[in-house]
Design a protein around this ligand. Structure first.
Ligand code: DHE
Length: 490
């Protein structure tokens, strides 16, 4: 049974000065009701279209253009023939203003949102000849689709629509057959790789961060900003728990949830409270670990006993022992380390981890035995994602931000030196890499609307194939994910 969320009070309404004028507000509200509500919901919380609230729209550029021209390959039509530029500007203000109250998304509404695909027929075995454990999924954020790639031939086996704005890594069932995909709008979609078919979807919250899966594949945890909570689903997308994340009577957003398989728990990073929460995957019992300041963006030792998190100022990493809850070490890591993108490997017989920094062109390499800083690799600019593979001597590191966003560094794991910089598309974002199951090839995204996935030979570093894709972002190989390969995100 789900325990319903109890909201103690509604937030005070925001002042009207948020809008250009009272008149413009009235017009925008009327325009919204006439043109937008049918798809995006009278309450702006979404319907067939995404939610139009700042939590979701904060990351969307050119909202006025979208209202005027529509979005290609979606049901969003353009309104420039019906709305003046001033009316569109007022509408942009209207949909990006905070709601003024905390919207309700309780257990009953979660359960009601569950939609199972009536055409889904589970196959007895994969409906394709390719190795099902060497499938790689490509998230295409340009038109909200996922492509299913054969990891040997790089043929696209299927391409299916996802909910709006998928974020974070999809999570695979332990046998690699099913995958769960989450959107920032709070939808969790289940897809059967063997059958190449969507199984169903459910809206776990109104604004979510990421998901984690239990080691037996029976529980999926969804980290939420709105409402501040953790939703627990079973493998058939039935809601089985809803945990309010409140500390001292104040709600805290959940920045992220991580699966800790050996501990049979989910570990939660709380955005607004100095605590780490650990939730049992079976009994959903909550253990609260007090810390000195809120920590975000966790990376774990391979046995999941220790976690390293970044503080809010983005200038240090703090290591916490999850068994006794004590601080083990503190590392000076200025420039916003992005620990969630960390990877590990063995170097001179010692396990090291590497993390890019979002604020400066540096990758820090840390010894995971004594948590000392082994070195810092200077890059052409701040990067977002790293990838490696046990069979490869290299780490692939993008330069996501700044003038050199078109570069991908290939770094030697032993010398920590950049051995090659690939930049096949000058001036365009070239980011996020993923190895195939055996580590023989690396896939990189040309992260643009008319983009591509470029396949490289992992040894020669030569391009072997280019697949056109719509703004491909993350790529996820089934085998690397279900075996918790050191060189990939978990
Ligand atoms: Fe992400 C993963 C947080 C912005 C694309 N991102 C993650 C994860 C977290 C996170 C906690 C790990 C979740 C998981 O895989 O289970 N991301 C954040 C932020 O806090 C941040 C900086 C701001 C925000 O508002 O969320 C942020 N992320 C972005 C983007 O702007 C990116 C580039 C584009 C987008 O789609 O929003 C982006 N994040 C990604 C991707 C992953 C990801 C592709 C999965 C990486 C992987 O290889 O596993």
């Amino acid at each position: 049974m789900i325990r319903p969320i109890v909201f103690s009070s509604l937030l005070a309404a925001l002042p009207l000065t948020m809008l250009a004028s009272a008149a413009a507000q009235a017009d925008a509200a009327a325009d919204y009701a006439e043109h937008c509500a049918a798809c995006h919901g009278e309450d702006r919380l979404g319907g067939t279209g995404p939610a139009l609230i700042p939590e979701t729209l904060g990351r969307v550029r050119g909202i006025d253009q979208v209202i005027a021209q529509g979005r290609v390959s979606t049901q969003m039509e353009g309104f420039s023939d019906r709305l003046s530029p001033q009316a569109i500007a007022a509408l942009v203000e209207y949909v990006t203003a905070p709601l003024g109250h905390r919207p309700d998304w309780d257990a009953a509404r979660i359960a009601d949102s569950r939609e199972m695909n009536p055409d889904y027929q589970p196959a007895d075995s994969p409906v394709f000849a390719a190795d099902p454990l060497n499938i790689t999924l490509v998230v295409e954020t340009g038109d909200h689709h996922v492509s299913v790639l054969d990891g040997d031939s790089f043929e696209v086996l299927d391409r299916f629509a996802t909910p709006f704005a998928v974020h974070g890594g999809p999570k695979f069932s332990p046998d690699g057959r099913f995958v769960y995909i989450m959107s920032r709008d709070g939808w969790v979609q289940k897809y059967d790789i063997w059958s190449l078919s969507e199984v169903g979807r459910i809206r776990a919250a109104l604004n979510s961060r990421n998901i984690a899966i239990s080691p037996d594949g029976q529980r999926i945890a969804v980290a939420n900003y709105l409402p501040e909570s953790l939703t627990i689903l079973d493998a058939d997308l039935n809601p089985v728990g809803l945990i309010e994340t409140r500390v001292k009577d104040r709600p805290s957003r959940v920045s992220a949830v991580y699966q800790a398989p050996q501990r049979h728990s989910f570990v939660l990073a709380l955005k607004d409270a100095p605590e780490i929460w650990e939730v049992g995957t079976t009994d959903l019992a909550i253990r609260r670990i007090p810390i000195n300041e809120p920590l975000d963006d966790f990376f774990f030792s391979p046995d999941y006993r220790q976690l390293i998190g970044a503080n809010r100022d983005g200038d240090k990493g703090v290591v916490i022992d999850l068994d006794d809850g004590h601080k083990v070490a503190e590392l000076p890591l200025p420039g916003m380390p992005h620990l969630g993108s960390g990877i590990t490997w063995q170097r001179d017989g010692r396990r090291v981890m590497a993390t890019p920094h979002l604020g400066e062109g540096v990758i820090s390499v840390i010894d995971m035995q004594d948590w000392s800083l082994v070195g810092q690799i200077k890059t052409a600019g701040p990067g977002f994602f790293l990838r490696g593979h046990a069979s490869s001597p290299y780490v692939w590191a993008d330069v996501f931000f700044g003038p050199h966003k078109d570069q991908m560094h290939v770094i030697d794991k032993e010398t920590l030196e950049i051995v090659r910089t690939l930049a096949p598309f000058p001036g365009r974002t070239f980011a996020h890499s993923e190895f195939t199951r055996d580590g023989s090839h690396v896939l990189v995204s040309l992260w643009e609307d008319e983009g591509a996935v470029v396949v490289y030979d992992a040894k020669t570093l030569q391009e072997v194939k280019r697949l056109p894709m719509r703004k491909p972002s993350g790529k996820y190989n089934v085998w690397n994910k279900i075996t918790f390969e050191d060189g990939t995100s978990h």
